[in-house]
Design a protein around this ligand. Structure first.
Ligand SMILES: Cc1ncc(COP(=O)(O)O)c(C=O)c1O
Length: 357
């Protein structure tokens, strides 16, 4: 049966996730990690779905990564199998610290800090708790987002965290830029040695990122890896040569609503479905089976498709689009359509969408 007749009853724009492809992606990286003695801690920001977290845990993940407390709470509520959560974000502010304490009473929890200002807030919130909060020092290995700037600073912060009431030093964490595996090894190995020279144990060295995941073992100091987008893949990863179209589990289905010129058509998926993320690419997505088409312009509800030849689409016809950035698409929709191996479709709420605090 063609995909048009299988999915034609679902109103568009709609997001579909092929579970067989997602499972294959999960198992591929888990096999690599197992072969290299790496623990896998997937970042759930890509799917925000309890079902997929469950698949990742069943495949062998040791826990999950979340960016925000509300995201973690939504996932733990939806998937009781999640018992171990790492929040890779500086938690700042009384309301958030109070919610972090509540979450820490439910699951094995760790967070990061890259300054004593952040660690001091954590310490004040956890000082009276029976269990210490594990805090990893975030290190900047070249992405220039958060993170201490040098191994010496990492060791100094580790020492102060270990001495803070309510806190336990949990290890070292980094989110490197693409292709920086060698820099990860150099920075993290030096930081680990300096921390150990302080008499502390470094239980975890955590790194992440899908583009470099199949070379993660080239930084042997790493003990755990946090891939996120690997579960769905997207146009940006195909462009980097990390995945093929067949490895893309998430597609946005759209309907042609206008064909105003021979080489131009308009679909009902605009920036509210595809997002305006370019990630350095030209165009807003790939129309499967139509290499000649570019999605060159979006407004909120319109996507403009242009072709180098007569576009050959008619009003009412459907197209499937691989978005540039799957994670942000998940955050835009209330529900996704999960396609299981038998072709059955199940609508599922994206429980952690919009959880930005
Ligand atoms: C801290 C952290 N770890 C892991 C990831 C996962 O990266 P990717 O989606 O490239 O696998 C991200 C992505 O934003 C992140 O911010």
């Amino acid at each position: 049966m063609s995909w048009e007749s299988r999915f034609g009853g679902v109103p568009t724009p709609a997001v579909f996730v092929d579970l067989a492809v997602a499972r294959r992606n999960i198992e591929r990286f888990q096999a690599y990690a197992n072969a290299h003695g790496l623990a896998v801690r997937p970042h759930i920001k890509t799917h925000k779905l309890p079902e997929i977290a469950r698949m990742q845990l069943d495949a062998g993940a040791i826990g999950v990564t979340c960016q925000k407390i509300s995201e973690a709470v939504a996932m733990v509520d939806g998937c009781p199998a999640i018992r171990d959560v790492f929040i890779t974000y500086n938690i700042v502010g009384e309301d958030k610290l109070a919610r972090l304490v509540t979450l820490a009473r439910r699951v094995r929890l760790a967070v990061v800090a890259d300054s004593m200002a952040v660690a001091a807030g954590l310490s004040a919130a956890f000082a009276a708790e029976p269990e210490k909060l594990r805090v990893l020092v975030e290190c900047n290995t070249g992405a220039d987002r958060c993170g201490v700037a040098s191994p010496a600073e990492a060791a100094a912060l580790a020492r102060r965290i270990a001495a803070s009431p309510g806190l336990a030093f949990g290890g070292l964490m980094t989110y490197p830029p693409v292709g920086a595996t060698a820099a990860v090894e150099t920075f993290m190995r030096a930081a680990k040695a300096l921390v150990e020279a302080e008499g502390l144990v470094v239980p975890v060295v955590s790194s992440g990122g899908t583009p470099s995941m199949m070379s993660a073992a080239e930084a042997p100091v790493t003990t755990e890896y946090r891939p996120g987008t690997y579960v769905y893949n997207d146009r940006s990863l195909v462009a980097r040569g990390v995945a093929s179209w067949d490895d893309c589990a998430l597609t946005v289905h759209a309907t042609v609503v206008s064909v105003p010129a021979e080489n131009r058509a308009i679909v009902d998926a605009g920036s509210k479905a595809l997002t305006s993320d370019l990630l350095g690419l030209t165009g807003y997505g790939h129309v499967l089976g139509r290499d000649d088409i570019a999605i060159d312009q979006l407004s909120e509800e319109h996507g403009r498709l242009v072709s180098t030849r007569p576009i050959g689409l008619s009003v009412g016809e459907r197209v499937r689009i691989i978005p540039n950035h799957a994670c942000v698409v998940s955050n835009m929709v209330d529900e996704v359509h999960l396609i299981d191996v038998n072709g059955t479709i199940a609508r599922r709420p994206v429980v952690a969408r919009g959880c930005i605090a």
